[in-house]
Write a protein that binds this ligand. Structure first.
Ligand code: DGJ
Length: 485
């Protein structure tokens, strides 16, 4: 189902949210800071457009390819290169509408392009979802080039081994055997296609996760175990990411188990990167935060994940430091960035649910992201009377939380952390952020119909002792933490 978007009245960007270029490599210790939530900007100052990204490391350089969603429903495939996953150089359009293939841009579109290198043929090969405008074609496409940054030549498009194929990824095993994995037969199962030695065609396939309707698959091998992440099929809407693992690619996959929070931190998996350091191996999850707020502004989100024998932990952080030599990482210390909450108090709030849980308003400013403020929960509909548990006719209500910081500060932005427990209930989407010097006269400094969670939302610097977050939602709002800087 497509996410229904209302046009942003005034987006955060229009309020002066600077789309920060991704930040620096620290001098000491060679840690690179990766910041999530903002659009990436390339070395030319343009948006990085590489959604559903695929990666290939050549020497010390990562090449990233992905959908260019900047202006059309028919993405070109862009390639960028980087030595730190932060500073990206635009290489070129490696696959281009109307150029690489006459059908591209009209009768065909590309999603989730993935890149690999075939040592046997010394060719670079791209597999992707090769689709018609109504997703009816359900085909895969294959392209190749003798140099990593192309241009790529169309080799083949069709249903691999006659199987309808949509969302896809690739996986190269330690012995160099390549696989194409895709959502098959009208999104019902996953198909694992073993590729020929030249990586250009599928030679056999195995049906996995029968009737489980999984998409956005991403496989990684850790030791002798294969781990697969996948999502449910909900269009561009986020849903829980599920893990399965097995000692064999073609059989024995464990039951699907949720990892991360219920919306995978508002992402859908695109790739898993392995950073083999001198001290540790770190795996990085790369996912798309789709439609944030529109498709072209979808964000690429990266965070560390770690695997145990039968599980996977999503270490989602908005910002983390990683050392590519040693493999070490840690959340970026933020102590000095955000204004201390020592003298803060909640001045006013619309409501708080304290009967069916401890969701006091003070939880939003207690410095603990595991506690949360939730407005009063709606009454559940009596069973049997309605198909839905929640009253869809209920009017939208304005909710608010007002905070006194104890003294006047110069503010230039806020950061809202959503609940990270096992529920997505009460997520704020439409919001206004106000500031005030006296607690009576309020100035709106940021407003949008799509609140960017975990993202620093900049506004023009101003003096304020008070701030207020308001949101108009049907069933209330929840917030784990509000920070200002
Ligand atoms: C979810 C898929 O993962 C995306 O690649 C894209 O195909 C959307 N569905 C389209 O709704």
């Amino acid at each position: 189902m497509k996410k229904i978007l209302t046009i942003a009245l005034i987006t955060a960007t229009a309020f002066g949210q600077q789309l920060q270029a991704q930040t620096a490599t620290h001098d000491a210790g060679q840690f690179t800071t990766i910041t999530n939530g903002n659009l990436w900007i390339d070395s030319e100052g343009n948006d990085v457009q590489a959604h559903g990204a695929g990666f290939l490391k050549v020497g010390d350089t990562w090449y990233m390819i992905g959908e260019d969603r900047s202006s059309s429903w028919n993405p070109d495939v862009n390639m960028y290169s980087s030595k730190d996953l932060v500073n990206w150089k635009f290489e070129r359009k490696i696959i281009e509408n109307h150029v690489t293939h006459p059908d591209l841009g009209t009768k065909r579109m590309i999603e989730r392009p993935k890149l690999m290198y075939c040592a046997k043929t010394k060719q670079y090969v791209v597999w992707c979802h090769w689709e018609s405008s109504n997703y009816g074609a359900s085909e895969a496409g294959v392209f190749y080039s003798n140099t990593v940054n192309g241009a790529y030549t169309y080799h083949w498009g069709g249903r691999p081994l006659g199987v309808k194929s949509r969302d896809c990824n690739i996986f190269i095993d330690d012995d160099g055997t390549a696989y194409f994995i895709s959502t098959i037969e009208e999104n019902q199962h996953l198909g694992l296609f073993r590729l020929s030695d030249d990586y250009l065609s599928a030679v056999e396939y195995t049906e996995l996760f029968k009737w489980k309707s999984r998409e956005a698959p991403a496989i990684v091998r850790v030791g002798d175990t294969y781990y697969m992440l996948s999502s449910a099929c909900t269009g561009w809407d986020p849903n829980p990411c599920m893990l399965s693992y097995s000692k064999s690619l073609t059989e024995g996959w464990s039951e699907l188990k949720q990892v991360g929070n219920p919306i995978a931190y508002d992402t859908q998996a695109a790739s898993i990167l392995t950073i083999k350091g001198t001290k540790q191996t770190t795996h990085l999850y790369v996912g798309d935060r789709w439609q944030d707020p529109r498709l072209p502004e979808s964000k690429t989100i990266i965070f560390p994940i770690s695997f145990t024998a039968d599980s996977c932990v999503f270490d989602y952080t908005r910002q983390f430091d990683i050392n590519y030599t040693t493999g070490e990482w840690h959340p970026t210390p933020t102590a000095d960035r955000y204004i201390s909450k020592k003298h803060w108090r909640v001045l006013d709030y619309s409501s708080a649910e304290t009967t069916r849980g401890n969701y006091a308003a003070t939880n939003a400013i207690d410095g603990d992201p595991t506690t949360l403020w939730h407005t009063q929960l709606p009454k559940e509909q009596p069973r049997g009377q309605r198909a839905n548990r929640w009253d869809w006719q209920a009017p939208k209500v304005q909710h608010r939380i007002m905070v006194d910081m104890g003294r006047v500060h110069t503010l230039s932005g806020f950061l809202c952390t959503p609940r990270t427990d096992n529920s997505a209930f009460g997520l704020v989407r439409s919001y206004t952020f106000y500031v005030s010097e006296n607690g009576k006269d309020w100035i709106p400094v940021s407003r949008g119909s799509w609140m960017p969670y975990w993202t620093e939302v900049d506004f023009a610097p101003c003096q304020a002792r008070y701030f207020m977050l308001t949101s108009t939602e049907r069933w209330g709002v929840s917030v784990a933490e509000i920070d200002v800087y």
